[in-house]
Design a protein around this ligand. Structure first.
Ligand code: 6PG
Length: 235
């Protein structure tokens, strides 16, 4: 595991954008495509905005989502919808494999599993992502894996009913089974409000049931925590 500490969220986002493009170029050269699982929340939006100005073979980049809120795409809570304005409308034609968030959650999770199976890497029924981006909530949740939810999951996708802040309750999430097969996983975490949870997740006792971010442990990949000084102050 690597921890990289940046002065602030601007520096972090710039560094993440540069590394994203480097990784995309390397994956496209090696395997002809770059499969990335995106995270929602506010933290990665600066990164996504920066990517709009970067040059890469976007037609070889495939975008998936680690989780999504089950609301229509024009709802402010929909991550795909937010990214459409920030990134996709700017870079033009791309391969977008979004969660069909307008469906009923269980149906949506099933449809998304079927989308994933179209990119499966044997022996799995889902792809081995080149990059997974994740955030962490101040309660230690990641994607839509919330404290108290089952630590293990047999399926690649799950429908989740979450009660968190004022965000929509129904979500679809990938499970650690999928995340942990990725080649690289980057957590992006900023702000003093997350400092204590970050300390517990990275240096405290193992409690993956209450700290879902601890469930993310790549089997054969690289895990990078990109944090700003405020979030990393107790590390
Ligand atoms: C989502 C997420 C979620 C997010 C964290 C951190 O809400 O869409 O995938 O897991 O990454 O809640 O959110 P912030 O970046 O807004 O703090």
């Amino acid at each position: 595991m690597f921890t990289k500490v940046f002065k602030d969220s601007d520096e972090l986002s710039q560094a993440a954008a540069t590394s994203f493009i480097d990784l995309a170029n390397a994956a496209i050269q090696a395997r002809g495509r770059f499969l990335v699982s995106l995270s929602g929340g506010s933290t990665p939006m600066k990164l996504y905005a920066r990517l709009a100005n970067e040059s890469v073979q976007w037609n070889h980049v495939h975008f998936f989502w680690g989780d999504e809120r089950c609301v229509p795409v024009d709802d402010p809570g929909n991550t795909y919808g937010a990214m459409r304005e920030i990134l996709f409308d700017k870079i033009g034609l791309t391969n977008i494999h979004r969660v069909e968030s307008e469906l009923e959650p269980t149906q949506s999770a099933r449809a998304y599993a079927s989308t994933l199976s179209g990119f499966a890497d044997t022996p799995f029924d889902f792809p081995r992502f080149d990059l997974v981006l994740l955030g962490m909530g101040d309660d230690g949740h990641t994607a839509s894996l919330f404290p108290g939810s089952p630590v293990e999951s047999d399926t690649p996708t799950i429908a989740v009913t979450a009660h968190y802040q004022d965000r929509p309750a129904n979500r679809v999430s990938l499970t650690p089974k999928v995340f942990n097969q990725a080649r690289e996983i980057w957590f992006l975490v900023t702000g003093a409000g997350k400092a204590e949870t970050l300390r517990r997740v990275l240096t405290g006792e193992k409690d993956p049931e209450q700290l879902p971010a601890q469930r993310i442990q790549p089997v054969n990949g690289k895990l990078v925590w990109m944090v700003d000084e405020a979030a990393g102050k107790f590390l």
